[in-house]
Design a protein around this ligand. Structure first.
Ligand code: HEC
Ligand code: HEC
Length: 325
């Protein structure tokens, strides 16, 4: 056990110049006594599941949507910045992303302001703890921590057995994606109207959806038989589920979610049904869909098929893929 702790810390606190600066406050005591191992682990997990969909650690990622966390760390921690000061700065920004709270105006110009997401305070604090005490800038750090985490999760996860177990687990992921997308969409519309919200969706809808998969190995996507973004086109199996769900809706019934076992995976489907808000961007051209909005959609999505809907229609589905146990 002790050996494991030392190995893990060795990976975290590699002696880069800045990391050495940051751990000054813990010198004099032995490193493993000073740093809280459980908080580091929780912080890594949270960072990976809540932040990396946008703040990818993979510096070579071509379509980056936000600066990598190591770059943020450099801007937030100067020599002498204490952990508490760093934590407070990070939490202030994450709880209320605004240009007043930001320290990286260049990032806002390049990527647009970070959307506001309902993150748990304790979780953000653990993330701050991990970022401060770990060498995010060291080559290979992510791979090492990721492997260690996969191992821990395989050992520690409650077993999913029946289809109902998977449906329940998948529903949590789908609902979290839905509420994050919904609250950001409303905020973007009230801040800048539907045209500005289209830009927001274009840049963030997929990362926000993927980010809702709170656990590694669980993936969530939002797809449709009439996609706006061709990347969201449904596969044959997804189309089959959509057809069933659509007939249920047409018969005035609530469409039930479904679960399917595919080799080493269990895939669950959850319907996405339109309401009045959706029609601003998915309604009938010239009726609910204003000309200006339609033009903005055409510019972004020349192959858009996602217009002409009314309320209570099946717009798409959430697809949650979970490893079979
Ligand atoms: C949906 C995408 C997305 C997710 C998820 C996300 N961010 Fe961001 N974040 C951004 C973008 C875009 C920027 C750059 C623009 C800006 O600074 O606001 C950013 C910038 C930041 C900044 C620098 C802000 C500044 O300008 O000083 C911090 C700190 C930050 N994010 C923390 C986090 C943390 C912590 C998480 C996870 C809990 C997270 N972000 C999740 C998109 C995201
Ligand atoms: C401000 C305009 C706007 C509003 C309002 C809006 N959407 Fe969308 N929607 C978009 C854009 C833009 C995309 C493409 C996002 C992307 O590029 O991934 C999209 C994509 C989707 C997708 C993914 C499949 C596809 O067609 O690419 C679903 C499902 C969806 N929207 C459902 C809804 C529902 C349900 C509502 C109402 C609760 C809604 N949308 C409201 C603009 C909007």
């Amino acid at each position: 056990m002790r050996l494991c702790v030392m190995v893990f810390l060795g990976a975290c606190v590699v002696p880069l110049a800045s990391a050495a600066q940051n751990t000054v406050e813990v010198t004099g005591r032995s490193a493993d006594a000073a740093l809280d191992q459980d908080r580091l682990t929780a912080g890594f997990q949270a960072l990976e599941s809540a932040c990396f969909s946008c703040h990818s650690p993979d510096a070579s990622a071509g379509n980056r949507v936000a600066p990598p966390m190591a770059a943020i760390k450099k801007h937030y921690i100067q020599p002498g910045t204490s952990y508490e000061a760093f934590r407070d700065r990070l939490m202030t920004f994450v709880q209320d992303p605004s240009s007043e709270n930001a320290r990286m105006p260049g990032a806002i110009d390049r990527f647009g302001l970070m959307p506001k997401m309902p993150f748990d305070q304790v979780m953000v604090e653990e993330i701050a703890y991990y970022i401060y005490h770990s060498a995010l800038e060291a080559p290979g750090w992510f791979e090492q921590h990721f492997q260690a985490e996969q191992q821990r999760r395989r050992l520690g996860q409650a077993a999913l057995v029946t289809d109902a177990d998977y449906l329940r687990r998948g529903r949590e992921v789908a609902m979290s994606a839905k509420s994050t997308l919904g609250s950001n969409l409303k905020q973007a519309i009230s801040a800048g109207g539907p045209v500005a919200a289209i830009d927001f969706c274009h840049d963030n809808a997929i990362p926000l959806t993927e980010g809702a998969a709170a656990e590694q190995g669980v993936a969530v996507r939002r797809v449709s038989d009439r996609p706006r973004n061709p990347a969201n086109a449904a596969t044959a199996a997804e189309l089959a589920y959509m057809a069933t769900a659509r007939s249920a809706l047409a018969a005035g019934e609530e469409p039930a979610p479904a679960v399917r076992r595919v080799k080493h995976e269990v895939v669950a489907y959850y319907p996405i049904v339109t309401n009045g808000l959706c029609l601003q961007c998915h309604g009938r051209p010239g009726v609910e869909l204003q000309a200006e909005t339609q033009a903005a959609l055409q510019a972004r999505y020349p192959d858009d098929q996602a217009v002409g809907y009314g309320v209570d229609e099946l717009r798409g589905i959430f697809v949650v893929s979970m490893p079979a146990q």
